[in-house]
Structures are given as C-alpha cells and as structure tokens.
Design a protein around this ligand. Sequence first.
Ligand SMILES: Nc1ncnc2c1ncn2[C@@H]1O[C@H](COP(=O)(O)OP(=O)(O)OP(=O)(O)O)[C@@H](O)[C@H]1O
Length: 243
Amino acid sequence: MLELRDVHTYYGASHVLQGVSLTVGEGEVLGILGRNGMGKTTLVHTIAGLLRPRRGTIEFRGRRIGGAPAERIARAGMALVPQGHRIFPSLTVKENLKVAVRRGTAPEPWTIDDVVDRFPVLGERFGLSAGLLSGGQQQMLALGRALVGNGSLVLLDEPTEGLDPQTVARVGDVVDELRGRGTSAILVEQKVDFALRRVDRALVLERGHVVHTTDKPQELRTDTAALRELLAVGGAPSTAPSA
Ligand SMILES: Nc1ncnc2c1ncn2[C@@H]1O[C@H](COP(=O)(O)OP(=O)(O)OP(=O)(O)O)[C@@H](O)[C@H]1O
C-alpha cells in the first residue's frame, strides 16, 4: 500500500526527517509515536505531498509519489486528517462534507449519513457555518471529511487532540471501524495508550529517525520501562488507559 525508503525532508537548512523507511500494508493501521517536535507531522505531510522530500522514495499503491502534488496524491486515494482540524469555515457543515465526497478506492465506502450517525452533533449543526463549530466539533468534521473521501489510506494526525473523553472514545470507534472495513491508516498520536490499543504496528520517531518499531503494540502498551525510555512517559496522563 505505502512504502517509504530512506526519506529525508528539510525546512530550508533544517534537516528534519533523516532517512525514514516504513511500510503500511493493505488494511493495516500503523501508529506513529514520538515526543513533541520529533518529526511526526513532517512525516505525515511528506507522505501527503504537502512537503517535498529532498531524498528517498515514496510509493503508494505501486506508484512513485515522492514529490507529487498533494491533489494528485489525494486523487490516488490518500486522505489526510490534518492536525488542527482544517475545514472550510465559511461553508456549512453539510457543504464541507459534500465537497469532500469521493467514490474513491476505500474497500467499503463511507457516506455522509455514516459520518452523521457516528457524530450526531454534526447532523444537528448541518446548516451552520463550520467556523462557528467548537474546536472539537471541527475536528469531528475534519475526520468526517476524510472518511467520505473514501481513500484507501487515511492519515490521521493527532485526531483526538483537544477532544473531551467522550469524543475521544467516538474517534477511537471510528479508527476501529476503519480497520474493520479494511482501510489502511496511519495514526499519529500523543495518547500512547489510545494508539497502541488499536494499531497493528507502531513506530517511534526521535529527531527524524525511526528508533523503534513493533508489531506487538499490545506488549509495548504494558511495558512501562520501554515506554519511559522511548517516549519519556510512564505514569503521565497520556499513558493512562483510555477508551
Ligand atoms: N514550517 C516549519 N519550518 C521550520 N521548522 C519546522 C516547521 N515545522 C516544524 N518544524 C520543526 O521540525 C521539527 C519537527 O516538527 P513536527 O511538527 O514534524 O514534529 P511533531 O513530532 O509532529 O511534533 P508535535 O507533536 O508537536 O506536532 C521541529 O523541530 C519543528 O520545530
């Protein structure tokens, strides 16, 4: 589905991704963990085509996409839920969803009704300008927009950031459902326990390098010593069991 080989990304002279290699298989959910500023968003933006890698190759569904424009990558079946819920504030909730709908390549397509069913508050605010939604509601809308885009790979960049626990649980259900529907995903999360509960594999980024990978995320979840070493967490709120 997705393969990165030795990808390097810079901001000007600042060398942020320093040779990242990873794969995401068909229907697989990969977790990306790491402390603040370690390059997670840079990695997701490089995959989605918002940043151009200076070296290395990226293949998506058998095609080289490294350096391709974001629109082309989106059309090829990749959907991004950006950090900081980017939506169209002057469009209504309904319009935001409608303009995002694609037949796409998802194994089991999502409809606007599916999104409203999972996040009823969006249905209640259907005719409202999206800019008037709360931050959490905008995040649900951003996720909904990615879902109805029906890509075969969904990139979720901290989809639970700033959400109340009940909404975090709903987002968790949606991630589980994506996985159940056979859609591949990359889940970037600060909530380590939330992520490790629902990914098939996980990697840890540290200063632009992959310093750890596991295909047994459940084992890492309970290995507090390893978590402390890799992520400097342990007993911190982000590792507390979550839905
Ligand atoms: N537009 C930019 N220009 C220059 N440097 C940047 C830019 N965006 C990010 N960086 C730097 O790149 C590094 C990686 O940032 P990135 O946002 O990818 O990390 P992150 O792991 O996603 O962190 P967070 O969890 O805080 O979002 C940081 O040192 C950051 O300061």
